[in-house]
Design a protein around this ligand. Structure first.
Ligand SMILES: [Zn+2]
Length: 367
């Protein structure tokens, strides 16, 4: 469906834009003239996807804008308990699953890495959860957007998330100290620029959870402030006239219990996945089990950008309004694998096992 949708969009662009697409026609002419020459230079599928995405980016109409909003540590049941009106409206007007799953270890940086790469933690390899030097090695949505000349913005409230997006990877890269401040930065960018992809991170529900406990009054208040900040951003989009052309994806990196998170239990691993906007079905509950990596795959698909073939994430295509209404029961995930809030605790048994395995092999060689 991903390829079909992309081909349809490009074909639509050629039909409607006609001669107004010199870049697209240049590409087409190149491809045609190659067939007449003595040496045919095949265009790889990856190159084709990049050309198509560039064409779509230049057209500007075929692909919607996309904004991913990550509420750090938001449990799905906090949406009703804190009466988050913005998220409730998005659920009613869009498609949602309030039992999506964070990855193990269910901590912030590894799961946000999955959210922007579409890769499982085993594949992107980010296991640590603090400010890391450099940037993630795997390709991210920001890389795909930059290469296709799709202007993007990165806004976060925790500096460690800058590991996912360097200064050169997006048109705007900002870290602010509070949900209100980061919302102000996003609103300024919306007013002054023409961003087609925004990644936004609200860190305060997680901070309040650690300080006062998950589902405590202060945690719910932090979730409510984040919800209100998102409401202001959506109003700014409305004022700019781009709200109707923007798909909003709201999710989280993990939940929490007590004053922590990281265990492989429902409270820690269940997260919301909410998607609303043009082409998205309204009032639909999504059945297929959604995981953190699916956010990247879905955002790339909507933006008309290529997804790596090895990507672990799947496009949440049952949310698309032209898909049949899903008819299935809520899955019952089994939580069994313990995962520590501190990666060394999680990694220690693996490291010991690896050391024992290597020692055994060395002994065999000596014999
Ligand atoms: Zn945390």
């Amino acid at each position: 469906m991903k390829q079909t949708r992309r081909r349809h969009a490009v074909a639509y662009g050629f039909l409607t834009m006609g001669m107004a697409m010199p870049a697209a026609l240049g590409v087409h002419a190149f491809a045609t003239s190659c067939n007449n020459g003595s040496s045919v230079r095949p265009v790889s599928p990856e190159m084709n996807a990049r050309i198509e995405s560039q064409v779509m980016a230049e057209m500007g109409e075929a692909a919607p804008r996309v904004m991913i909003v990550s509420f750090d540590g938001l449990r799905p049941d906090a949406i009703s308990k804190a009466q988050l009106s913005t998220l409730t409206s998005l659920i009613e007007e869009g498609s949602s699953q309030l039992f999506a799953l964070a990855e193990v270890p269910c901590i912030t940086l590894p799961n946000h890495s999955s959210m922007v790469t579409g890769l499982s933690i085993a594949h992107h390899g980010v296991l640590l959860n603090f400010d890391l030097p450099g940037r993630i090695k795997s390709r991210t949505i920001f890389d795909e957007a930059r290469d296709a000349h799709v202007p993007s913005g990165f806004f976060a409230t925790k500096s460690k998330l800058k590991f996912l997006c360097g200064e050169q990877d997006a048109e705007v890269v900002q870290v602010a100290s509070s949900v209100e401040a980061v919302a102000d930065r996003v609103i300024e960018a919306i007013q002054q620029r023409d961003l087609r992809f925004i990644f936004l991170h609200f860190g305060e529900p997680d901070g309040a959870g650690h300080a006062h406990g998950w589902m405590s009054d202060k945690y719910l208040a932090a979730a409510l402030r984040s919800d209100a900040a998102l409401g202001r951003i959506l109003a700014a989009m409305e004022e700019k006239g781009i709200r109707d052309e923007t798909v909003i994806i709201v999710s989280a990196d993990h939940g929490g219990h007590g004053k922590s998170h990281g265990l492989d239990i429902a409270d820690d691993r269940l997260i919301p996945f909410i998607i609303q906007g043009p082409g998205i079905a309204a009032g639909r509950t999504l059945c297929r089990q959604i995981r953190t990596m699916d956010t990247a795959a879905t955002a790339l698909h909507l933006l008309g950008l290529p997804t790596a073939t090895a990507m672990d994430g799947h496009v949440v295509d049952e949310a698309m309004s032209d898909s049949p209404t899903p008819d299935c029961d809520e899955p019952s995930p089994v939580f069994s694998m313990p995962c520590g809030p501190f990666p060394p605790f999680f990694l220690a048994p693996m490291a010991i096992g690896f050391w024992i395995l290597r020692s055994t092999q060395r002994r065999k060689v000596r014999c």
